[in-house]
Design a protein around this ligand. Structure first.
Ligand code: C2E
Ligand code: CA
Ligand code: CA
Length: 793
């Protein structure tokens, strides 16, 4: 057994042996005082008890030897404790062993030689004292088991010898018990020593790893960008480091003991943090802004410590400054959800929010969706450039937001978003959403009428608004948006600057529009296009000097379709290019066949001017028809000069070079009209019908017509007034010096045949000669709607 224990001690690494032995000695030194006191007390008891039975000399020498041995033990212990002993550990162990033997032999001698000579009572006392001494040795010297063994063995031997000399059976039995008990005690001393070694070694390992951890943590605290924190069970900060205090911007003393969550800005994230701490749950990457510094974001992770009590660490964690990542993430999030130009929610966020609102309104609460389109925004962009266009959009966004805010809708939920270019959306919810939606639409249109000055330009613009209601019109997002879109389309068709509420029939109208576009694709190939002519009249002589070619579409189902109903569609789809080409060829071929020198005027859409095919087509048609180019006139609108103006002016110059004439159509309906007279040497200015109809009643119309005519005359341009319907208008125009007129007073647009019967040699031009149902009274197309969006300006 002993050898097994020796093996354990031997298993202690060489370099630790001395350390282990020292710890064993130290552990014993702590027991020296009680051991010495106990031994002295025992010795004193023996001396007093045996005083009457033994010569004093025996007792004195016993007691003084005892005292000397005890003093020696104390001296050894003190020497070790004060570090005076520079002796090797092994020698110290030996010294303790020798002292133990000394003590043991002293007692042993007393018991071996005195016991047989005492009275039975004193024998009992001495035996008890001996046993006590053995037991106390086993306890007080247990960390030095060899010393304990010597001590115990010597006393056992002494006591055993004494008992043996009594010669009785009971004394012999006592010897057996004594020897077995002593053996057991010696063995226990070795076991106790080994347990002690095991414990101090594991303590040592634990301390080492704790030191390493502390070292690492300190380094982490000092060098890293992160901070460690510790809280008590009330969520108050403990052990605040100076670096942490510096990051918070307060002193260590101010932070120590303060509630941790108070460091952060109030809000839901802080509440979550407080709850998690209060419930001792684990925190994982909770991101919060620092109180009073929203530009500083911290991520917090941590876990509770279960041994927590008052004043103990109950929660430990780490804080990282994630400001940079957080701001970058929020910027990306913002960019993905907000429009960069106006700062309003974009289409993505709008879709998401509308979806959420519709989910909320499942219980059939009300919601009104307003889709808003800025009228003629493209012209602003074209005319003043994109920077002005952008500034204009920003101003519009501000105005819409302000109008929504002060529209008196009270607590109802409102959402304003920019969906694309010049398209905005507003959502109103609440029981009176329908009412509020309509009132808001009217308010928006009204506030938009007020002109605004953008980069020195005074811009006034109307809004067209389409409204759809949930759940009345649709409860699904896609359907609701599409319904509002149809209503918007209707508002634009109703002349813009107005709002329309979705109606179930609108769907059908849109379908009709799709069908019309589809049919239009085949119109040229199927020979469904017709050329009508309207006379152009010289004011002085009141003779027809030429015609304007006007397009009609003989639709197999709808009958004769007017250009306003399909030209915008043709422009949107690009079909105007082949249609326009058909018109150029047809008109030139027809005019070439006329007897006389009458001119032919052909309308050109801006889309056609953008087409690289336009010049080759015209050159070709001129050559094929053989018409004198001076009899040919092309009508363009102001928008041609706004959009791509340099390229377009180059095209117009090339046309001029061919000898054809260029007229400016619908003059006065666009922007800053008079300026455009200077951008290109037009041959003719066609004053828009809207001014002519106002001639007799409106002073401003008279003034504008007068100014245009006089300026055009000065520039050497011919003036033609459109839409002259009565003699009074003619007289007024004549008085202003207008040279030409066109209008119902002299003739409506009629099939070409009406003015020019088919020439014999033009039989190969069947399109021109195509039969028509009616002349002057062409049946109105039974279309439910005219599509009057005029891209021409
Ligand atoms: P526009 O070029 O201004 O043509 C004049 C329009 O005024 C014609 O309408 C004509 O019928 C109408 N009009 C003429 N005199 C009077 C009058 O005294 N009173 C009234 N109330 N109206 C009168 P239309 O034929 O419906 O043409 C509408 C527009 O369609 C044209 O306006 C033109 O912009 C476009 N358009 C017509 N044909 C073509 C074409 O071949 N190509 C292109 N690109 N556009 C065309
Ligand atoms: Ca025209
Ligand atoms: Ca016109």
């Amino acid at each position: 057994m002993v050898s097994k224990h020796a093996a354990l001690r031997a298993a202690v690494p060489e370099e630790l042996r001395d350390w282990v032995d020292n710890r064993l000695i130290s552990a014993h030194i702590r027991m020296v005082k009680p051991m010495v006191l106990g031994s002295m007390l025992n010795a004193a008891m023996i001396v007093i008890a045996l005083y009457a039975e033994f010569p004093a000399f025996h007792l004195v020498s016993f007691f003084s030897t005892m005292t000397a041995a005890c003093l020696h033990r104390v001296w050894l212990a003190r020497g070790v404790a004060r570090g005076r002993r520079q002796r090797r550990t092994e020698k110290m162990l030996l010294a303790f062993q020798m002292n133990s033997l000394w003590l043991g032999l002293n007692f042993a001698g007393a018991m071996a030689f005195w016991l047989p000579h005492l009275s039975p009572g004193s024998q009992l006392l001495l035996a008890i004292c001996g046993v006590t001494q053995i037991a106390s040795a086993a306890y007080t010297v247990r960390t030095l088991p060899r010393a304990a063994a010597l001590y115990i063995a010597a006393q056992t031997l002494g006591l055993g010898f004494g008992l043996a000399s009594l010669g009785s059976w009971s004394a012999l039995a006592s010897i057996v018990v004594l020897v077995s008990a002593s053996g057991l005690l010696i063995r226990m001393a070795f076991v106790a020593r080994d347990m002690f070694i095991t414990r101090i070694l594991s303590d040592r390992e634990l301390a080492a790893s704790a030191r390493t951890v502390r070292l690492l943590l300190n380094e982490y605290e000092a060098s890293g960008s992160d901070w460690l924190f510790e809280l008590d069970n009330q969520g108050r900060m403990l052990g605040v480091s100076a670096r942490f205090a510096e990051a918070v911007g307060e002193s260590v003393t101010a932070l120590e003991g303060r509630k941790f969550e108070a460091l952060f800005e109030q809000g839901s994230a802080r509440e979550t943090l407080a709850e998690t701490l209060a419930e001792f749950r684990t925190l994982r990457d909770e991101i919060l802004p620092l109180a009073g510094n929203a530009n500083c974001w911290w991520s917090i992770s941590g876990r509770p410590c279960y041994h927590a009590g008052e004043d103990r660490v109950a929660f430990r964690g780490v804080i990282s400054d994630v400001t940079v990542q957080h701001l970058a993430e929020s910027r990306v999030h913002h960019m993905a959800h907000y429009d960069a130009l106006t700062g309003l929610p974009n289409r993505a966020l709008f879709n998401q929010s509308l979806g959420e609102l519709l989910d909320e309104t499942e219980e059939c609460a009300n919601l009104a969706l307003l889709l808003i389109d800025v009228d003629h925004f493209k012209s602003v962009n074209d005319m003043f450039g994109h920077p002005t266009g952008d500034a204009f959009l920003r101003a519009i966004a501000l105005r819409i937001s302000a109008a929504v805010d002060d529209s008196g809708l009270g607590g109802t939920h409102r959402l304003v978003a920019r969906l694309s270019g010049d398209e905005f959306a507003v959502v109103v919810t609440g029981d009176s959403a329908c009412d509020h939606g309509v009132r808001l639409a009217e308010h928006l249109i009204e506030v938009m009428l007020e002109p605004m000055t953008i980069e020195g330009h005074e811009l006034g613009n109307g809004l067209s608004i389409g409204i759809a209601l949930a759940p009345q019109h649709a409860s699904l997002k896609q359907q609701l948006v599409s319904n509002a879109d149809m209503a918007l389309y209707a508002a634009k068709n109703a002349g813009r600057g107005t709002w329309e509420m979705f109606e179930p029939g609108m769907d059908a109208k849109l379908q009709e529009r799709h069908a019309l576009t589809r049919d239009l694709r085949h119109a040229v190939a199927r020979g469904e296009l017709r050329m009508f002519l309207q006379p152009l009249v010289d004011v002085a002589t009141e003779t027809m000097t030429g015609y304007e070619a006007l397009l009609r579409w003989e639709h197999p189902a709808h009958g004769l379709v007017m250009p306003d109903a399909f030209i915008p569609l043709a422009e949107e789809t690009g079909l105007i290019v082949p249609i326009g080409e058909w018109m150029i060829r047809t008109a030139l071929t027809a005019a070439a066949g006329w007897e006389g020198e009458q001119t032919i005027a052909i309308n050109l859409s801006p889309v056609q001017l953008d087409s690289p095919n336009l010049l080759p087509v015209i050159v070709n048609a001129l050559a094929e028809s053989g018409i004198d180019p001076t009899r040919v006139e092309f009508e363009i609108t102001e928008s041609v000069l706004l959009h791509n103006s340099e390229t377009n002016i180059a095209v117009l110059n090339r046309l001029h070079d061919l000898g054809v004439k260029i007229a400016l159509d619908d003059f006065g309906t666009g922007y800053a009209s008079l300026n455009y007279l200077l951008t290109f040497p037009f041959d003719k200015i066609k004053i828009d019908r809207s001014f002519i109809s106002g001639l007799s009643s409106r002073e401003d119309s008279r003034a504008i017509v007068g100014a245009v005519i006089s300026l055009a005359n000065q520039l050497g341009m011919c003036t033609l007034a459109e839409g002259v319907e009565d003699a009074e208008q003619l007289a007024s125009l004549r008085a202003h010096g207008c040279q030409m007129v066109q209008g119902w007073l002299f003739g409506k647009a009629q099939p070409a045949l009406h003015y020019h019967p088919v020439p014999i040699n033009a039989a190969e031009a069947p399109i021109v000669a195509a039969p028509l149902r009616a002349g002057n009274t062409a049946p109105q197309p039974p279309l439910t709607q005219t599509y009057s969006r005029r891209a021409r300006g």
